[in-house]
Ligand binder design. Structure first.
Ligand code: IMP
Length: 205
């Protein structure tokens, strides 16, 4: 098992404080994995995400946690966001704080919907992107990208998921990620697609 660095169990630490992300990883990975996140390690510093790509920020977060957790721990960081065609790719890497610090998910959604007001249905294309970086010690060992295409609604719909889910309808579906069952989101999401790459890498002999 060339890449098996999970120690005794199949344990993975997701370098995030976003418990929604952690919950999706738990659901995606299933019962064979013990999944923790940084809420279990309050002593760890929160790194400055000053990269200019999802991949750079994923690497920054992964190494920041991995160097503190030690060589035996498999650390995966998720950097993700929404890219809107009519907004030249914004909010992109600024998705988490698009409406400013403290605005939260609802504020971020409102800002995007406001900026998209009047944009016709055929020009509301968008995608979620996710990059996962896996690190051990000081080093990023690999990274994996996933994306899901879709379009933005004109108003939020649905209470499921998190972030921009209630304003995003994935391609081939009739409702937003906020309306669709979690299993449907987890079957086609940017995060699920990136994770498939990571799992294949972990399974490599
Ligand atoms: P990060 O934690 O710095 O990667 O920021 C990710 C941000 O992108 C989140 O706070 C959400 O606003 C948004 N985002 C990422 N993934 C999703 C998703 O699966 N659904 C909805 N919003 C997401």
């Amino acid at each position: 098992m060339g890449h098996d660095m999970s120690g005794n169990g199949r344990k993975i630490v997701i370098a995030t404080h976003n418990t929604h992300k952690t919950g999706e990883f738990r659901a995606l990975l299933g019962a064979g994995w013990e999944v923790e996140d940084l809420t279990a390690y309050p002593e760890l510093p929160v790194p400055v995400e000053d990269g200019v790509t999802f991949a750079e920020n994923a690497g920054i977060k992964a190494v920041s946690a991995a160097r503190r957790l030690g060589d035996g721990v498999l650390v995966v960081a998720d950097d993700s966001g929404l890219e809107v065609d009519a907004l030249a790719g914004r909010p992109g890497i600024f998705s988490a704080r698009y409406a400013g610090p403290g605005a939260g998910d609802a504020g971020n959604r409102e800002r995007v919907l406001e900026e998209m007001r009047g944009v016709p249905a055929g020009e509301r294309g968008a995608r979620f992107r996710c990059v996962l970086a896996v690190a051990r010690g000081e080093e990023v060992l690999a990274s994996f990208a996933g994306a899901v295409e879709g379009r933005l609604t004109e108003a939020a719909a649905g209470l499921g998921g998190f972030g921009y889910d209630p304003i995003f309808i994935p391609e081939g579906q009739a409702g937003t990620f906020g309306e669709l069952p979690a299993e449907v989101k987890n079957g086609l999401s940017h995060r699920a697609r990136a994770l498939a790459g990571l799992l294949a890498w972990l399974d490599e002999a």
